[in-house]
Structures are given as C-alpha cells and as structure tokens.
Design a protein around this ligand. Structure first.
Ligand code: GRF
Length: 214
C-alpha cells in the first residue's frame, strides 16, 4: 500500500500535530507525516515532530520583507517534501492566493469553529460573547479566502452555562484531535471529491460519512 506523504504546517503548541502523529502510529490512516514546517522557531510543534522522528524545518516569516517572499520560500520548502497532502494545523499565517492555488485540492486546515460561523481569531471568546449555544470545529479544504473552502468534516458541542473561554477551548480541542485524523483518513483513502463549494464522499458507506455531534 502506498502511503500518502503528508507535510504539516504549524506555528505553535502542536497538539493537533501530536494527535495526527499518534493516529498515524496507531495505523488510523494510509499516510505518513514526512515533514513539519513552522514559521516560528522553538515552538512545541517542532519538539513533537522531533519526538516522533519526523524531519522539521523553520521558515521564519520575520526573515522576509514581503508576504510574497515568505510564501515563495514556504512553497519551496513544501515542494521539497513532495507532499500528497498539506495540513495547516495551527498555522497562523495567511497564505496568498498563489501559494494556495499551488496546492488546490490537497491543502486542508483545521479551524476552531463551526464554519462559516466565526472565521478568524478568538472564536471561543466570540461564541461566548454572542451567547451561541452550539460550537465546534471544522476541517476544510483551503481556498484563497481565509477560513472559507469546501468543508470536509465538522464536530459540534453544546456550550455549557459554566463554560469560559478556557474550558470551551479545551473541549473544542478534544474534538479537533479526533476530527483532523478522521479527515486525513478520508483524504488518504480517496474518499473526498470537491464539487464546487461542497465536499462529496466517494464510495463511502453511510456509517463512515462525517462525524456526529458530541
Ligand atoms: C487549534 O485550535 C486550531 O484549530 C487552530 O489553532 C489551534 C492550534 O493548536 N487553527 P495546536 O497548535 O494544534 O495545539
């Protein structure tokens, strides 16, 4: 069986990277994280990758005068790793349209809200401020517009009366840690077909389609 080569882009803690690597080691998907790239030196994600014996690289955005120059260096680093799939797992830089277009159909992102609600930053705080009662996370294909793009899978939870930003973030993160490996499994199995704004499932029994609400 050919394993899909996966390159993961991170900026910080790396807990989603950790859950992906743990799932890979458990044989959860037909892929292998072969390279991890961070735009920040010294972050937790790099240490997690090293612990798993995965090669790492830093492309520090601060070393580049323009976003275009950073994107070009980042794309060079990604291309050298020859990925079938590129995963943005807590990658906190916005990629330009040229970079996104280069990986159309093989670039996915995990976002801590139920898109299209709450794109952008501070999602948990904004959910609480709005009094929303349902929240969660989304894995989607990346298109040039930020936090927009065909949705692969979502996982939802009910906001509790006693939730604060930290508890909500922790509970959504638990969902993220299950959702991202599931989406990667579907991608590696060739189950995902982009059809305009939607993702359709190819040859999947109903029981394997999309995650349920928590
Ligand atoms: C996650 O909540 C992810 O959805 C968001 O940034 C956070 C990254 O966390 N894009 P980690 O680095 O994976 O721990």
């Amino acid at each position: 069986m050919t394993l899909a080569r996966i390159t993961v882009l991170c900026s910080g803690r790396g807990s989603n990277l950790g859950s992906l690597l743990a799932a890979e080691r458990a044989g959860a998907f037909a892929g292998s994280v072969t390279h991890v790239i961070s735009n920040r030196p010294g972050v937790g994600a790099l240490a997690i990758a090293r612990d798993y014996g995965v090669s790492t690289e830093v492309v520090d955005h601060k070393a580049f005068a323009t976003r275009e120059a950073f994107d070009a260096a980042l794309c060079d680093a990604i291309d050298r790793s020859s990925p079938d799939l590129v995963v943005l797992a807590g990658f906190m830089r916005v990629l330009g349209a040229a970079a996104v277009g280069r990986y159309t159909g093989r670039l996915v992102n995990i976002h801590p809200s139920l898109l299209p609600s709450y794109p952008g930053l501070h999602t948990h705080r904004r959910v609480l401020a709005d009094g929303a009662t349902i929240h969660g996370c989304t894995v989607h294909f990346v298109t040039p517009e930020v936090d927009v793009g065909p949705i692969i899978a979502q996982s939802a939870l009910t906001v509790r009366d006693d939730d604060d930003e930290a508890s909500l973030a922790a509970r959504v993160l638990e969902l993220e840690h299950k959702l991202l490996p599931q989406a990667v499994q579907w991608f590696c199995a060739g189950r995902l077909a982009i059809d305009g704004p939607r993702v359709r499932f190819v040859d999947a029994p109903a029981s394997e389609r999309r995650a349920g609400a928590a």
